[in-house]
Design a protein around this ligand. Structure first.
Ligand SMILES: *[C@@H]1O[C@H](CO)[C@@H](O)[C@H](O)[C@H]1NC(C)=O
Ligand SMILES: *[C@@H]1O[C@H](CO)[C@@H](O)[C@H](O)[C@H]1NC(C)=O
Ligand SMILES: *[C@@H]1O[C@H](CO)[C@@H](O)[C@H](O)[C@H]1NC(C)=O
Ligand SMILES: *[C@@H]1O[C@H](CO)[C@@H](O)[C@H](O)[C@H]1NC(C)=O
Length: 354
């Protein structure tokens, strides 16, 4: 190695030493049970947040899509809900290896992302969150979860799962607008279904409500982590005005910010667990949010549709047995939970006989 390379290595090692402290799984200081960032879990959940974008509903429902094949292997969907008009998609299923129910929400289509982002700049806090004095949220995100076929589909699947598994852990995830919906869902399951074991982890989530809403949310869903990537523009939106902290949107909960450290070929990614204020100025707010590219890939995983041409749905007749549609033409595929269990038994018996 020549002198220059040594210098690079030395700088890298210094940076590494300085930053490893930040990489530790820091326990957030909080009077409620703390959210603890778990890198492994994040890399698993980002794959669920990616899979929910898949447009081939057969591959998705049977969990045979190419995005369903890595760290999420063996997942079984109980309910897949597609809101055709609004182009929304979510699923609820059983992840045996996590010993949890996983719920994932899809974000906005890539083809309309530019408009969606421009729109977010001007978003007002425009609807009161029911049951909480002074809590204001973003109408669009709120109604995407609360006023569509997604909520009844999710609630029905969670009820069925709770009947069978009792107080099993429920993990809610989503990317972009799907992250905002994940937050509303986590709160809803806590408040309306009395679920006590809810974790929410989101990727590239926009802000969803004002300070009153955020403190209401934190009380009820303390185990929430919002992961933001480098210069991703969306976590900066709608904008935060620190002169008017009570009139402006705030970040929900513990933020983990991914950013690059180093030079040239010696770049590595730091995962910074931010302070618990939600608006830690040394996290994503320390840089300008100007990148859509950083929004579409987290932990190297693609978070957008595989077909760029809008909201296309692909499915075949094999799904007919699971299919129901509501009066507006929205699609729900539902699997009887007792058949999920039966399949589990079958597959583990196969495994044993090999
Ligand atoms: C992190 O999550 C993974 C996957 O759920 C789990 O196996 C592991 O035990 C967790 N680590 C800690 C320190 O909790
Ligand atoms: C819910 O949707 C209906 C019809 O789509 C609409 O009339 C109503 O205003 C919506 N309510 C909210 C709170 O968004
Ligand atoms: C949460 O779920 C885990 C895994 O199913 C379980 O072991 C734990 O007891 C649950 N915790 C609570 C507070 O219900
Ligand atoms: C689920 O399957 C079981 C056994 O096959 C059956 O008794 C039950 O009625 C089914 N439930 C639904 C909701 O289809």
């Amino acid at each position: 190695m020549d002198g220059k390379t040594w210098l690079k290595v030395a700088i890298f090692l210094c940076l590494f030493a300085l930053s490893t402290g930040r990489e530790l799984k820091v326990k957030a200081k909080n009077k409620h049970h703390a959210a603890i960032y778990n890198h492994t879990l994040a890399t698993i959940l980002v794959q669920y947040a990616s899979a929910v974008y898949v447009s081939d509903l057969t591959e998705l429902f049977t969990w045979t899509c190419s995005r369903c094949n890595d760290l999420t292997k063996g997942f079984q969907i109980l309910e897949l809900i597609v809101d055709v008009q609004r182009c929304l998609q979510a699923f609820v299923g059983v992840a045996e290896d996590l010993n949890a129910i996983v719920i994932a929400f899809r974000g906005t289509q890539e083809s309309s992302l530019q408009n969606w982002i421009e729109d977010l700049y001007w978003k007002q806090l425009d609807i009161s969150y029911p049951g909480m004095e002074g809590a204001m949220v973003h109408h669009g995100f709120y109604s995407a979860y609360h006023n569509t076929s997604l909520r009844p589909g999710v609630l029905s699947a969670v009820k069925r799962a709770k009947d069978l598994y009792g107080n099993i852990q429920i993990i809610v995830t989503g990317h972009s607008m799907g992250g905002a919906m994940a937050a509303f869902c986590g709160l809803d399951l806590t408040v309306h279904l009395g679920c006590q074991n809810i974790s929410v982890m989101t990727f590239g989530q926009p802000r969803v409500g004002n300070a009153a809403f955020v403190s209401y949310y934190r009380e009820r869903v303390p185990n929430t982590i919002r992961i933001t990537n480098r210069h991703d523009i969306v976590p900066h939106l709608p904008p935060y005005y620190h002169y008017f902290p009570h009139k402006t949107y705030q970040i929900l909960k513990l933020q983990v910010w991914l950013y690059d450290l180093g030079f040239g070929s010696l770049v590595y990614t730091v995962e910074k667990v931010c302070d618990n204020s939600g608006e830690d100025p040394s996290c994503s707010r320390s840089v300008s949010g100007n990148s859509i590219k950083d929004h579409l890939r987290y932990f190297g995983v693609k978070l957008s549709c595989d077909i760029s041409a809008g909201c296309r749905i692909v499915m075949d007749n094999n799904l007919a047995a699971y299919h129901t549609a509501d009066s507006e033409g929205n699609i729900i595929f539902s699997r009887n939970i007792s058949s999920v269990l039966r399949m589990n038994v079958e597959s583990s018996e196969e495994g044993r006989s090999l």
